[in-house]
Design a protein around this ligand. Structure first.
Ligand SMILES: Cc1ncc(COP(=O)(O)O)c(C=O)c1O
Length: 503
């Protein structure tokens, strides 16, 4: 929770300038209640390659703090750096001499651009398509949903197999004459598995449909996992049929935030990403991606960061992250009541409840609450309930503490089964299982509206956001409502799996 750094909230521009030192002190104190990433207590959001690397990123960023990539004639240095970052990434991912791309502000923008380019390419090559569709694994990043929402593309979701990789037969069944793009992930975020990209690529080739691989997580990780001799399913431009790849510099590229690349096999695809307007009184306007103004800092920092680490640096960081992920997996597998989900393709570790255990079923969200009380920032997931850890180099020092706290949390939850109908556990349990998803959607929208209302701040997670009938029932009959929701959820999953198998 946010600690009040300022005695009163700031609402108006101060009449007189405030002293710079006072402002910097206030900023430092504002961050006092944030997630503690410096001590490795966060398993997402911040990728840290050590103090020396961070200092270089800050210096490079500061050198280009004011420059604007909007106009490459004015700031040719930025255009050159962007081209070199794109080339380094394309070569790493075996893009071949024709591979091209742009930098973007992050993974979501890269996905937006991949979808927009595929839609616009289809407009040219398949003009009969009125309602474009994309087919993707159920596990593909939610950024595709955003892209589909923004660009008027319908999503068809293919079901996952028992190892959480997409069932490619299910993808095949969902393709129709409106399909403009197929998607696979390397790896997907929720369980860290790499989809069967070779099969998806073959499908794309056979049907004449572009294939995007979302390697926002894996782009600067999997090449080094492979170099370290671990088995990684082929997923990059070596796979025939793969036409575009997104790879985030600000994740395992250990760059400053605001940096990703979207790569295409050739200009035949990239040209559909561009935007050109010729009649604006302000002049002829051409833009390669979403933003207008493009901050120079993230471009310069990525350019410097990639070269400062080099292949040796990335390999060492990857080895350290893999080692920590292995130790976490071994430790979690030994805790009765917990199970690992997915395949160990890389450094994402996901744990949930074991189907069978000596001491009975463990409620994942109640364990998550216990972990939070012990100072860990926890990423809860749903369908099935599980917890996600993106393990990075900075986690080597905390593996033992995490495992100790996890074992203790499971013990506490076992001893107090009522915890599952209390606090965040009750809320997440309910949000994951309420069958009428629109109710959850509208509850979450209300939370957003609250956060962005005048005077709004961080959400109060102590209050369950789902109000109305379900909220009231939960408050009064917590345990019974949980059990009813469990039954409904099981039935819903069974119906979905059965329908998915036959569709
Ligand atoms: C697989 C994958 N794709 C895309 C994204 C979106 O990246 P960003 O948060 O940088 O927009 C993420 C973020 O976690 C991700 O895991």
């Amino acid at each position: 929770m946010l600690k009040p750094a300022e005695p009163t909230p700031v609402t108006h521009l101060p009449e007189c300038p405030r002293p710079r030192e006072e402002l910097l002190t206030a900023l430092r104190s504002l961050s006092g209640g944030d997630a503690d990433w410096r001590r490795g207590r966060v398993f997402s959001l911040v990728y840290d390659a050590g103090d020396a690397h961070l200092a270089l990123l800050k210096q490079a960023h500061a050198l280009y703090f004011c420059e604007n990539g909007l106009n490459p004639m004015a700031f040719q240095s930025l255009k050159r750096m962007e081209a070199e970052v794109v080339r380094m990434a394309a070569n790493l991912l075996h893009g071949g001499p024709d591979a091209v791309g742009t930098m973007t502000s992050g993974g979501t923008e890269s996905l937006l651009m991949a979808v927009k380019a595929a839609r616009d390419r289809a407009r040219k090559h398949k003009p009969w398509i009125r309602r474009p569709e994309l087919v993707m694994p159920d596990s593909a990043h939610v950024g595709f949903d955003k892209a589909a929402h923004y660009f008027g593309v319908k999503i068809r979701r293919a079901c996952l197999g028992p190892d959480f990789r997409v069932d490619v037969r299910s993808m095949k069944r969902l393709i129709n004459r409106n399909t403009v793009l197929l998607v696979g992930s390397a790896p997907q975020y929720p369980h860290g598995v790499v989809d069967a990209i070779e099969e998806i690529g073959a499908l794309g080739l056979a049907k004449g449909i572009p294939v995007h691989v979302d390697a926002c997580v894996g782009g600067f990780l999997l090449p080094f996992v492979e170099q370290l001799g671990r088995p990684v399913p082929r997923w990059d431009f070596r796979v025939p049929g793969v036409t575009s790849i997104s790879a985030d510099l600000h994740k395992y590229g250990y760059a400053a935030k605001g940096a990703s690349v979207i790569l295409y096999r050739s200009m035949d695809y990239l040209k559909h990403q561009f935007f050109v307007a010729t009649d604006w009184p302000g002049g002829i306007y051409a833009s390669p991606s979403m933003p207008g103004t493009r901050p120079g800092g993230p471009i310069a920092a990525a350019w410097a960061g990639l070269q400062a680490l080099g292949v040796d640096g990335y390999r060492a960081l990857t080895q350290s992250a893999l080692h920590s992920a292995d130790r976490l997996r071994e430790g979690i597998a030994r805790i009765d009541g917990l199970a690992l989900l997915g395949l160990p393709h890389c450094t994402i570790v996901t744990w949930g409840a074991a189907a069978k255990s000596h001491g009975g079923a463990v409620d994942v969200y109640a364990v998550a609450d216990q972990m939070e009380q012990r100072g860990w920032h926890v990423d809860r997931q749903q369908r099935p309930a599980c917890v996600h850890l993106t393990v990075m180099a900075q986690h080597a020092a905390v593996v033992d503490d995490y495992l100790g706290d996890l074992a203790e949390s499971v013990r506490v939850v076992r001893a107090h089964p009522e915890l599952r109908s209390k606090g965040n556990a009750a809320m997440y349990g309910m949000m994951a299982k309420v069958p009428l998803r629109f109710m959850v959607g509208s509850a979450v929208r209300q939370v957003l509206e609250g956060m962005y209302a005048p005077g709004g701040g961080a959400p109060d997670l102590k209050k369950p956001p789902v109000g109305g009938v379900v909220g009231a029932l939960l408050e009064r009959h917590g345990e019974k409502v949980q059990r009813a929701l469990d039954l409904v959820d099981d039935a819903r999953r069974q119906v979905k799996d059965t329908v998915g198998r036959y569709l």
